[in-house]
Design a protein. Sequence first.
Length: 290
Amino acid sequence: MTDILLGSHCKMAGSELFLGSAKEAQWYGANTFMVYTGAPQNTKRRDVSELRVEEGLKYMKEHGIVKHVIHAPYIINLGNTVKPEIYKLAKDFLAVEIERTIAMGSDTLVLHPGSAVGAAREDAISQIIEGLDTILTDDMKCTIALETMAGKGSEIGCTFEEIAAIISGVKCSDRLSVCFDTCHVFDSGYDIVNDLEGVLNEFDKVIGKERISVFHINDSKNTLGSRKDRHANIGDGSIGFETLCRVVYHPDFTGVPKILETPYIPDPDGSDEKKPPYKEEIARIRSYSL
C-alpha cells in the first residue's frame, strides 16, 4: 500500500516548543503534523527565533517526518464588515502569520475564511477577497488553505461555491488552496458517507481537486447537515471509520497531509486529565486494509 502523510495537531509548549511538536508527532507515529504559531485565541506571539525551529526541522528530517502545516488563529475574521477594527486586526495579523509560517519552514497556512456576523454573506465574501488581495503576492512562499466550514452561525465557506467565489475573486489565486475538513463537510450537508466520490466530483467541478492541500480527518458527533461542528473520535461518530479511511487512502490525494483533530479522551489510568488519542488512531488507520 502506498504510504500516506498522516498526523495530527501537536502542541507547541514548554521549553522545547517546535522541537517538542516534532517529538510529539514522532511519538504518535506520524509523518506530518500541524501546529499553531501561538495560542489560537489571541495575538500574543513569541519571536520565531525563540521557537527552536531549526532543531525541530532537523529532528523531523532524522525521523522521517515529511511536512508540517501551520493553522492560523481563530480570531482572524476577514469577513467582519460590521466592525472595521476587527477587519483591520484580521488583515494585519494574517500578514504576520504568513511571515511566521514561512519562517517556520512550512508552505501551508490553514485559515477559516471568516464569518458574516449578521451582515449579508455576499458582503462578507467580498471583504474576504479584498483583505486577501491586500496580503497575497505572486512570490509568496506559502499558500493559504481556506478551510471548508460546517456552517455554524454565519460562517463563510460552508459550501464549495463560497470557497470557489473567494478563490476566483482573488488576484493571486494560485496562492490559495483548500483544507478539506471531513466533519465540517459532512455537517454542512455533503454526504461523504453514502456518496464520497460524488462529493469529491462536485468539489472537483466547483473548485478543482488539485486545490486540496490539507485534509482534516475528523468524525462527527452530529447528523448530516446539522451545521454544528462537533468533532468525534475516529469511528465513534456519524461518518465512521470506513469512510474516513477511504478519504485518507484515496488515490487522488496520496501526497496530501491528513491531520487528525479529534477530541482528547479519558486517561485509562484513571486520572482526571484527558489524553490525546492520536497514537492509537494513527495506528488504527494505518492498519486499515483497502
